[in-house]
Structure formats: C-alpha cells, structure tokens
Design a binder for this molecule. Structure first.
Ligand code: SAM
Length: 236
C-alpha cells in the first residue's frame, strides 16, 4: 500500500492543500472534485456517512456542512489534525468525527453507514478488492470512489510522481465492483487535462484549459480520454 508513510510526514501534510488546491488551476480542481462528490452523493442530509482516507477533510467538512452525520477515517494523524482544525473553522466540529484507522480493517459493524466513499485513494492500493470489500461491508446503501484511468493523460506523467499510481481500466473497475457484490448505478468522467498539470497553471490559463476540456467532454472522445472516473455503486 503506497502512501501510508508518505502522508505521516509533517512537511508533506503542511504542503498538501497549499501545493495542490490553494492557487489558480489547483483551486479549480478542488472545486470540480467537490462538484463530482456532491453530484454522486447528494442528498446527504441526515445520512450516516463514512469517508475513508479523508486526509485533511476537504470533502468531510463539505458534507458535514450539507447536513451529513459524517466520520472521516485516515491512517495519518497529522492529516486528521488538519481536518479537525478545518471543521472547527467551518463551525461543524460537533457533527463530524475524525478517527485514525486503517481502511483495510474498518472498526465498524456491518451496514453501519448509509454511504461510504473514498477519493484520491484507489490509486494508492496494491489490493483494491480488499479495501472495496471493507467499504461494502460497512455500507448499507452506497459506495462511491474515484479511479485514475489507465488509458488517459494520467499515464503520461505517472512515472514522474514520487510513488507512481495504480491506474484502472473500465473492465478492471467492473470486475472489482461485481467481485464486491456492488451494482454500478452511475459514473462521471472528468479531467481530460490531468489535475497534476492543472495545478501548475495560473487561474486564467486553467480557465481556458477547462473551457477546451468541456468542449472535448461533449464529444464521443470526452469520456474515454478522461483521466479520473467517479463510480457510484449500490450495495446489491
Ligand atoms: C492523496 S491523499 C487523499 C486525501 C483526501 N481523500 C483528498 O482527496 O484530499 C491519500 C490519503 O490516504 C491516506 N491513507 C493511506 N493509506 C491508508 C489506509 N490504509 N487507511 C486509511 N487511510 C490511508 C493517507 O494518509 C492520505 O491522507
């Protein structure tokens, strides 16, 4: 499993949001990812929700603000601490719980949540079937996650990343879902321009790339070229 030690380092944690989401194209990707998560999960008001590998709580806090009764679980205590501070600033510290744990062994009984999701996590896994089975076990209704796509711009610069990423084809995802007893209920494909490149662009240039991307997305090439896919599955 990649990333377990990486995200324990203080400098990595301090830089996590600043490097990726605080400027120009990075801010745009943060907004687009949040849109994709809301699109896949809403309505969440009153639902019991678990986010695995929640990191600094970007989505956890957003969903608490939407009325979810939410738990964020991550293996890195420094990432969780960032999440707790974010929840405090947003005034939702009472409705969100951040908990240290390993997503391979979720400390909850079967069907404990209505919804279980994880974002920017499946690319770190060596054994995705094991993690998906755990997500499925503790969810009574819905499981939602994203994958980095094998046949996309993502594969072009994967070699340059410190950990590399596991990439998935559509058929691999389908077989993972059916192996876990999940039914695909919806999907969304985004980022023809991989978000690692987006974040290096100033806001105006990123906006122009986004406009171009939206034009491509409306063509038959849009979905196959997307570097990220969001998978919305129902517990069968
Ligand atoms: C790329 S970050 C994504 C964080 C967050 N989901 C986001 O999109 O901003 C990956 C996260 O996975 C966490 N992680 C890695 N292995 C884990 C495991 N076995 N169980 C729980 N969390 C894990 C890391 O600590 C890190 O916070």
């Amino acid at each position: 499993m990649k990333g377990q030690e990486w995200y324990q380092q203080e400098t990595v944690v301090e830089d996590y949001e600043d490097k990726r989401f605080s400027r120009g194209g990075g801010r745009l990707t943060d907004r687009l990812e949040k849109e994709a998560v809301l699109d896949g999960l809403e309505p969440v008001d009153g639902k019991r929700v678990l986010e695995i590998a929640c990191g600094t709580g970007r989505f956890t806090v957003m969903l608490a603000e939407c009325g979810a009764d939410i738990t964020g679980l991550d293996i890195s205590e420094p990432m969780l601490q960032e999440g707790r501070e974010k929840a405090q600033r947003a005034g939702v510290a009472d409705t969100v719980e951040f908990m240290r744990g390993d997503a391979a062994r979720l400390p909850f009984p079967d069907d404990h949540f209505d919804v279980v999701y994880g974002i920017r996590f499946f690319h770190l896994m060596d054994t995705p079937e094991e993690y998906l089975a755990e997500m499925c076990r503790v969810s009574s209704e819905q499981v939602f996650f994203d994958t980095y796509n094998r046949y996309s711009g993502r594969s072009l610069y994967n070699w340059a990343l410190p950990m590399g990423s596991r990439l998935y084809s559509r058929s691999e995802v389908e077989s993972l879902l059916s192996g876990a007893g999940l039914e695909l209920a919806g999907e969304r494909h985004e980022f023809v321009v991989p978000f690692g490149l987006y974040r290096k662009l100033p806001g105006g240039v990123a906006g122009a790339f986004r406009a171009l991307e939206r034009t491509i997305q409306r063509t038959p090439l849009g979905d196959p070229l997307a570097s990220i896919s969001y998978w919305n599955a129902r517990v069968a």
